[in-house]
Design a protein around this ligand. Structure first.
Ligand code: MLT
Length: 311
């Protein structure tokens, strides 16, 4: 009977699916790398979210591991190259949390444009800041979406009722343009200069270099906003902080950080930045969907050799 380790907290739906499929499953969360290295030789499969870093050391120590499943989209916490060298399959759950992420990106857009966190905080304190809070409307504005996978596409549909122009920067859009008549393809430079809201929904670059630096922000409208609910290192945080302080852009909303958990960050206390702790995908619905997807995929691989959503 195959044996699977779930090493991050996730919906118990995953555990139930493994049990129903007669797969032995252990849920052991919060383990250090050393602790995982000690126990990993027992397991045929491993399921993680983002907290466990599946390092080369863990993969090297795994004697029976055949598959690593990520309940989520990004696999940047898994050493995919080493896993492949060891003939291990790495699977993710694309699309499983796309709606949740797109909705959070949209919530960030609305919050930063209407200054909702500041309004909430000051009203709770009995400060009536009505005169000091003037928002910006979405109507007639241009939304720039970088990356047009499941999340970017979903966001483009969510804003349809808001009378916005949508520019997309995506290499793959041209070939599937007919499916998305409501968006226009644009080069990165064109998109950043034209958009009022720039929202990232792409993977981090393979060399880890930021896609958006101060030089780019100098070209953006001073009334524009940057939203990052993708990966922390996509936007240079020091440059973003300076751009906000120097008025190169009007505001930013950030859900992801170069170092997570973010216990300290240059953006902390910048009044023009709204920050959330990587919660874009954290909804009741999405956590069940990704747990179901990853458990079904791993079960089907371990029991029947079926490879689905491999990266
Ligand atoms: C993902 O990659 O699926 C999201 O960033 C969500 C997460 O890591 O929790």
């Amino acid at each position: 009977m195959p044996k699977v380790l779930i090493s991050d907290s996730m919906s118990n739906v995953a555990q139930k699916i493994f049990e129903k499929n007669n797969i032995n499953v252990d849920v052991k969360t919060g383990l250090s790398e050393e602790e995982i290295i000690k126990i990993i030789p027992e397991y045929d499969g491993m399921v993680v979210r983002s907290a466990t870093k599946v390092t080369k050391n863990i993969i090297d120590a795994a004697k029976n591991l055949k598959v690593i499943g990520r309940a989520g989209a990004g696999v940047d916490n898994i050493d995919v190259q080493t896993a492949k060298e060891k003939n291990m399959i790495v699977m993710n759950t694309p699309g499983g949390n796309a709606n949740a992420t797109a909705e959070h990106a949209f919530a960030l857009i609305m919050s930063v444009l209407r200054k909702t966190p500041f309004a909430n905080e000051t009203t709770h304190k009995g400060h009536w800041e009505k005169k000091n809070i003037k928002g910006t409307e979405l109507s007639k504005k241009t939304l720039g979406i970088v990356g047009f996978g499941n999340v970017g596409v979903r966001l483009s549909h969510l804003v349809k009722g808001f009378d916005m122009k949508i520019l997309v920067n995506s290499k793959s859009l041209e070939s599937r343009k007919s499916e998305y008549p409501h968006v226009e393809n644009a080069s990165f430079d064109d998109l950043i200069t034209k958009c009022d809201i720039l929202s990232f929904h792409c993977k981090a670059t393979s060399d880890g270099k930021p896609m958006l630096t101060k030089d780019h922000m100098k070209q953006m409208k001073p009334t524009s906003y940057v939203i990052n609910a993708a990966r922390g290192n996509i936007v240079d945080e020091n440059d973003l902080n300076e751009a906000l302080n120097e008025g190169l852009i009007a505001g930013a909303a950030v859900d992801v950080f170069s170092k997570e958990p973010a216990k300290e960050n240059v953006l902390f206390n910048n009044p023009k930045a709204i920050l959330t702790p990587h919660i874009a995908a954290s909804t009741t619905e999405a956590s069940i969907v990704v747990a179901e997807m990853v458990a079904n995929q791993l079960s089907n691989f371990l029991l029947n050799g079926v490879e689905k959503n491999t990266v």
